[in-house]
Design a protein around this ligand. Structure first.
Ligand code: NAD
Length: 353
């Protein structure tokens, strides 16, 4: 498997280095023969090449089997005409990574804000309220006058159908329950179509139970009793917000693994941002990116029917649970390790397991 590594901004290089330590340990133990190549995106690329993402990097991503993208300083990148492109949006759009899969589960040893739970948010990743990527050309945001802005939301039957299918296929391998989250009471056409497509796909999965929740009420339900959820499927922005909540409920946003997957490509990306407030201090928690990389290996293993990749991903998850329980983690999870030593501790567990 060929993986393109793009460390990104802020804490990106630190957590990527720790993640690679873990991925290399898994590759050695399970004989995965991973070929890892590295390039730059974000500020480093802007400084060197005048753009945050070069077309050559997209070519390299297309030639690879998957990507590991560190967090990037997206808020800094305001003017695409001057090379300030949001790398996360760029790859999601150009590689058609339509499914953002974000598991959230509690780990023994972490003080979660609620009881034990294990759920996955499956978020549509290519349209919705994301006006910077939902148009063929140009932006979906219009400044009508200096004081009036319009942001367009795009919902298509095709994208609703394929994200619903991804959610039901995942639920079939889990506890066989899908919850559809929407705002169809207000967004009657867009979210009405989303709910309709989810219900239509559900007919192909008779063994899976389905319920649906209006997004605002969902915030209360998921905080009150996250145990009742298995797979949650929703549109782009609702999923972005809801998955940060579920990751934090599990103990920390730093535990939020995230995979962006399409029909051909997949990209591991931490759920959190570039955390400039703690960059360069060796205190960032690398687990979110590590767990995302594990999701990438599992995705590849499932598509290629390669059991060693699925086993490697499971070993990374088991080793994560072990280091968390032993408090061999960074300060945000109650440990005393720095980013680099947290990566080394996890890699040692994988090598010794
Ligand atoms: P953030 O997620 O970077 O940080 C929020 C808080 O969580 C901060 O206090 C930070 O220190 C902490 N935090 C985040 N990751 C952590 C980790 N691994 N270990 C320990 N603590 C961690 O959100 P923000 O500050 O709003 O955004 C910073 C930049 O990241 C912005 O430019 C934003 O646009 C960008 N961003 C990028 C992505 C992405 O690349 N996928 C996602 C979200 C935000």
């Amino acid at each position: 498997m060929q993986i393109l590594i793009l460390p990104g901004d802020g804490i990106g290089p630190e957590i990527t280095a720790a993640t690679l330590e873990v991925v290399r340990a898994a590759s050695e133990r399970f004989g995965l023969a991973l070929a890892l190549t590295e390039d730059v995106v974000g500020h480093e690329s802007l400084r060197r090449y005048g753009t945050t993402v070069r077309p050559e990097v997209l070519d390299a991503a297309r030639a690879a089997d998957g990507l590991i993208l560190g967090p990037t300083a997206t808020l800094d990148f305001k003017d695409p005409a001057h090379g300030e492109i949001n790398p996360s949006m760029f790859f999601r759009k150009n590689l058609d990574l339509f499914a953002n899969v974000r598991p959230a589960r509690t780990y023994p040893g972490v003080t979660a804000r609620v009881g034990a739970f294990d759920l996955v948010v499956v978020r549509e990743n290519t349209e919705g309220f994301y006006a910077d990527r939902n148009m063929e050309e140009g932006s979906g945001e219009i400044l009508v006058t200096r004081d009036v802005a319009i942001s367009l939301r795009r919902i298509t039957r095709h994208c609703c159908n394929r994200i619903a299918r991804a959610a039901f296929e995942l639920a079939a391998r889990r506890r066989r329950h899908v919850s559809v989250v929407h705002k169809a009471n207000v967004l009657k056409m867009g979210d009405g179509m989303f709910v309709d497509e989810c219900r239509s796909v559900a007919r192909d999965f008779p063994a899976i139970t389905v319920d649906d929740f209006i997004v605002d009420a969902m915030m209360a339900h998921v905080v009150r009793a996250p145990q009742r959820f298995d797979v949650i499927v929703t549109t782009n922005m609702f999923g972005d917000i809801l998955s940060d909540l579920t990751a934090e409920l599990s103990g920390s946003l730093g535990l939020g693994g995230s995979l962006n997957a399409g029909a051909r490509y997949a990209m591991a990306q931490a759920a959190h941002g570039s955390a400039p407030d703690i960059a360069g201090r060796d205190i960032a928690n690398p687990l979110s990116l590590v767990l995302s990389a594990a999701l990438l290996l599992a995705w590849h293993g499932e598509r290629r029917r390669a059991k060693d990749f699925v086993a490697a991903a499971a070993a990374i998850e088991a080793a994560t649970a072990a280091v968390v329980a032993a408090r061999e983690v960074t300060a945000d999870l109650g440990g005393r390790l720095g980013t680099a030593s947290a990566g080394k501790a996890l890699a040692a567990r994988i090598r010794g397991a």
